[in-house]
Design a protein around this ligand. Structure first.
Ligand SMILES: [Zn+2]
Length: 151
C-alpha cells in the first residue's frame, strides 16, 4: 500500500489506543495492509508513468498528513508520528533497492524478510489505486472523528 495509507491507518490505531504499545502493532499493520490488494506495477517495469503519478500524489498526501497530525492531535502528536513512522518503515527497503537498481544497476539479493515482504503482495495491481483511494477515504473519516474526540 501507499505510505499515506500505512500512515493514516497507524495514526488511527494510535488515536484509538492512546498507548505506546501500539508501535509494534503499527509495524505489523504494514504487512497486514500489504497482504490486501493494492496499487503496484504488474507489467514488470520498475517505474512507469502511473507509478510516478501515484507516488508523487502519495508523497504530497503523506507530507500533508504529517502536518495535519502535528497541528491537530495535541499531546498525542509524538505517539501518532511514531506509529506512522513504524507503519511506513518497512517500505524503506524498496526505496533503497530501487535507488541501487536505477543508479548502480545493482540488485541486492533478497533476505528472508524482503522475500516475505514480496510474497505477501500477491494483490498488486495497476488499477489498485482505486482500492487505495477507497481505503484512504474510510481512514480519513475515522481519523477526523478520532481527532474530534481528543478535545
Ligand atoms: Zn510494504
Amino acid at each position: 500500500m501507499t505510505a499515506t495509507n500505512h500512515s493514516i491507518t497507524a495514526a488511527n490505531l494510535a488515536l484509538i489506543t492512546k498507548t505506546w504499545w501500539i508501535l509494534p502493532i503499527a509495524l505489523v499493520s504494514h504487512f497486514v495492509l500489504d497482504a490486501l490488494p493494492h496499487f503496484g506495477s504488474t507489467k514488470g517495469k520498475d517505474v512507469d508513468k502511473k507509478f510516478i503519478v501515484v507516488y508523487t500524489i502519495d508523497f504530497i498526501l503523506l507530507c500533508s498528513l504529517w502536518l495535519i497530525v502535528l497541528l491537530v492531535t495535541g499531546h498525542f502528536r509524538y505517539l501518532v508520528i511514531a506509529a506512522m513512522t513504524a507503519a511506513a518503515l518497512p517500505d524503506v527497503v524498496w526505496i533503497y533497492r530501487l535507488t541501487l537498481k536505477l543508479r548502480k544497476k545493482i540488485v541486492p539479493k533478497k533476505n528472508i524478510l524482503t522475500r516475505f515482504h514480496t510474497a505477501i503482495q500477491w494483490g498488486e495491481r495497476s488499477w489498485g489505486w482505486t482500492i487505495e483511494l477507497g481505503w484512504l477515504s474510510v481512514m480519513a473519516v475515522i481519523f477526523i472523528s478520532l481527532v474530534r474526540s481528543i478535545g
